[in-house]
Design a protein around this ligand. Structure first.
Ligand code: K7E
Ligand code: CUA
Length: 622
């Protein structure tokens, strides 16, 4: 290869990073396209080297991004920002057959979408332990993904009384609880259809805790707290010195209805709720909760010490607890500062009854007494993440930038523009007791022409930032499907996913491991077909039933080889199953359409994949 060709090739590789723009000037989203200031080529070369993961090499981190209203979870590698996998959670996903087989269909329970915002890995002593990943759905649900196989294992909810569960799924430092909350206060119970004119008095906010079994990860209803009709927005669990407490932000403490962008911004301050969850546990154990919709609901008026309100800049969004648990960071999202509240001062104010008022009997702590600093981060602070060196990183929606500042000295030391309009941000293990620093991803709401046009439905942009040095440096632009809100970054070596389901672990009652056990049995109008999937045959290759029969197909992929998935797609019946190696899946349906219908393996598995097919014959009724 000539030198010239080589350099052209190198620049081809680097081109992708050029687009990322180490430049990223603060061009307004409406600015002219394709006119970007040239970056210094040395910066580009450094960025390229830092993000380039050579063929065969592996990324250093897993990056789990919520899929927003796609209802899914996207998995990327960092620093390459390559999309590795999509984990369907609240939405059927034909690629993995999710939502088609009996089990996943039952889990979705008729709902075909969700709005998933905040993933939360399980923690032990405040650190990611690599076992599970929880994620909220606005529709009052929470899901658990098992990180052993990257599959959704449980969906809990819709949980009674919760309306618009935005403020989850933050978990406590030893995964005792995940959090929930009502963004849209409603009558409790919701079936009590009181008119909106009674909003201020009859509508109620709900904060909720979902119990997690420490061995199995199984979620169950914990308890709820009934609150004034605020809009509970985000949450975080206390850690270390603040362990045992949960925090939630709210907007609209005005209890207004209609034109909220104006009416809910009248007061100077809204609140961060501070809830002593150990006190909640105790109160529930003492029988102080009232059973409503199958869950114990606590009234803070009847449980003194349960809940306090910390005044915060108006209309706050995120609330984030520092790695040592000392500071609670909350920002009015219309302001230019973020407040660092001091947990010890909160405790002192509680002891001294240093209150400035109350809301329906819930004491409001005095702002001046509990804050340590107002940090001048810039306009529109939303969310904060941390590194291991005592720095905090706050996303600025209005400024479209990230501010880096020091905990304790409150000095803003650096800023980097984001393209464009950053929402959440995610640092490596940046919400744990021991953040890694290194990488930070800005989860931007707009991508705005920094990619080939794909029509009006544009992707979002996620920008990778190097935070290993004093100055933040933009490394890479990745484009993602809508819509990551929050994401978490986990050190890759913490996860040890399996690649096949070991045969000896498959305890499914309908599993078979030998083609001679495959076949069809009938009990009245119920037909059971035990099916073996293995390269390159579906056994049996012919299934005959009568119109009106209930047909149950139990298929086992008897492969024990990595990546040897098989599918079972049944034409005209809208059935699409994908079975991983060593797995058994069941689908039950009514054979209501007479005729001959082909089924075939949908997942390319061998040179003779095309031959992996069969027929379902449905004989018409007499
Ligand atoms: Cu988009 Cu956490 Cu739902 Cu902030 S949330 S940006
Ligand atoms: Cu099995 Cu394709």
């Amino acid at each position: 290869m000539t030198e010239k060709k080589k350099s052209v090739l190198t620049w081809g590789v680097l081109g992708a990073i050029v687009v990322a723009g180490v430049l990223a000037g603060r061009c307004a989203p409406s600015g002219p396209k394709g006119k970007k200031a040239p970056a210094a080529s040395s910066d580009i070369a450094v960025a390229a080297q830092k993000t380039y993961v050579a063929p065969g090499d592996l990324d250093e981190y897993y990056f789990f991004a919520s899929g927003g209203h796609s209802g899914q979870m996207y998995v990327y590698g960092v620093p390459s920002m390559r999309h590795l996998s999509t984990i369907p959670v609240f939405t059927p996903y034909p690629a993995t057959g999710y939502g088609f087989d009996d089990e996943s269909k039952a889990m979705l329970n008729g709902l075909t979408w969700g709005d998933a915002h905040h993933p939360a890995p399980s923690e032990t002593a405040g650190d990611y332990d690599g076992r599970w990943l929880f994620i909220n759905d606005m529709n009052g649900r929470i899901a658990r993904i098992d990180l052993r196989d990257f599959k959704t294992k449980q969906i809990l909810g819709p949980v009674a009384n919760v309306s618009g569960n935005h403020s989850g799924a933050y978990v406590t430092p030893n995964t005792e609880y995940a959090m929930m909350g009502s963004r849209f206060s409603a009558p409790v119970p919701k079936t009590n259809a009181v008119g909106i004119d009674k909003y201020a008095s009859e509508y109620k906010g709900i904060l909720a805790a979902i119990r997690i079994d420490p061995k199995s990860g199984e979620m169950s209803l914990g308890w709820e707290i009934v609150t004034p009709p605020f809009n509970w927005d985000l949450g975080d669990a206390g850690k270390k010195v603040s362990e045992g407490w949960m925090f939630w932000t709210c907007y609209n403490s005005e209890r207004a209805t209609g034109k909220l962008e104006v009416t809910a911004s009248q007061a100077d301050r809204d609140y961060i709720a501070a809830v002593d969850w150990k006190a909640a546990e105790k109160a529930v154990a003492e029988g102080k909760g009232e059973m409503m919709g199958g869950v114990k609901v606590l009234d803070p008026r009847k449980v003194p010490g349960l809940m306090y309100l910390m005044p915060c800049g108006k209309s706050p969004h995120g609330v984030d607890v520092s790695p040592d648990g000392k500071y609670i960071i909350g920002s009015g999202k219309l302001q230019g500062v973020t407040t660092a509240f001091n947990f010890e001062k909160v405790q002192t104010a509680i002891r001294n009854k240093d209150f400035s008022g109350e809301e329906d009997g819930i004491p409001v702590l005095k702002y001046e007494s509990i804050k340590d600093a107002e940090v001048e981060v810039g306009l529109g602070p939303l969310h904060t993440q941390f590194d291991g060196d005592g720095y905090a990183y706050t996303s600025l929606f209005v400024d479209s930038a990230i501010a880096k500042w020091k905990l304790g000295t409150w000095e803003v030391v650096d800023k980097i523009p984001m393209s464009y309009s950053i929402g959440h941000l995610c640092a490596a293990e940046g919400d744990t007791v021991s953040p890694d620093g290194k990488y930070l991803v800005g989860l931007n709401k707009l991508s705005h022409g920094r990619h080939l046009s794909v029509g009006p439905s544009q992707p979002e942009s996620s920008q990778l930032v190097d935070i290993s040095e004093e100055k933040m440096k933009l490394l890479y632009d990745a484009f993602t499907e809508p819509e990551p809100h929050y994401a978490v970054m986990i050190k890759a070596d913490k996860l040890k996913p399996i690649e096949v389901y070991p045969k000896e672990e498959n305890k499914h009652p309908l599993a078979i491991w030998d083609v001679k056990d495959a076949g069809v049995t009938r009990t009245g109008t119920e037909v059971l077909a035990k099916v073996v999937l293995v390269r390159s045959t579906i056994t049996p290759e012919y299934i005959e039933v009568n119109q009106g029969d209930t047909v149950k197909i139990a298929m086992t992929n008897i492969e024990q080889t990595t990546d040897e998935l098989h599918g079972w797609g049944l034409l005209d019946y809208n059935i699409n199953i994908v079975v991983d190696p060593g797995e058994t899946k069941v689908v039950t349906f009514k054979a209501d359409k007479p005729g001959v219908f082909a089924y075939y393996c949908t997942n390319f598995c061998s040179a003779l994949h095309q031959e992996m097919q069969g027929y379902l014959v449905v004989k018409p009724k007499g």
